[in-house]
Design a protein. Structure first.
Length: 148
């Protein structure tokens, strides 16, 4: 089973709110709110991948050198309810500076700014825990492992 590398970016404004997008036009988590993010392309540096995903999904331009890596989440799941096993590593970045105005683009139906302690109820299930661990408590590593 392949190991998937994924980048996610907390875009935080001056009031401390996070920019989330409601996913649309995708099999993964359609209709749920989430951070801009996605898979790392082969040979692509992590911060560059995070900046690319932000640009593709919400139209903002973030310089890779302005991204702060907050933490890593490893998952090794056996699968449940018709889903296959999944193994991967998520890298969480923080951006507080960017250029452009946010707009809903690839796989994004609408955008919204939310306080970290007031995320929408229909967020991806792991999002509140990721915000708490990586953004608020600054934990470097989290792991979710379900043995086979």
């Amino acid at each position: 089973m392949d190991l998937t590398l994924v980048v996610w970016t907390f875009l935080q404004d001056a009031q401390g709110r996070l920019l989330l997008g409601r996913r649309e036009g995708t099999r993964y988590a359609a209709g749920l709110w989430n951070l801009p993010g996605g898979r790392v392309e082969p040979g692509e540096p992590l911060a560059q991948a995070a900046a690319r995903e932000v640009r593709e999904e919400v139209g903002l331009h973030v310089r890779p050198q302005d991204l702060e890596c907050l933490g890593v989440a490893r998952y090794d799941l056996t699968g449940a309810a018709g889903q296959g096993p999944a193994r991967g590593v998520d890298f969480f970045f923080l951006a507080r500076t960017w250029t452009g105005e946010p707009r809903a683009l690839e796989h994004t139906g609408e955008l919204g700014w939310f306080a970290p302690d007031a995320l929408p109820a229909n967020s991806l299930p792991w999002l509140p825990a990721a915000v708490e661990a990586h953004l608020l408590r600054r934990e470097w590593l989290t792991e979710t492992v379900h043995p086979a």
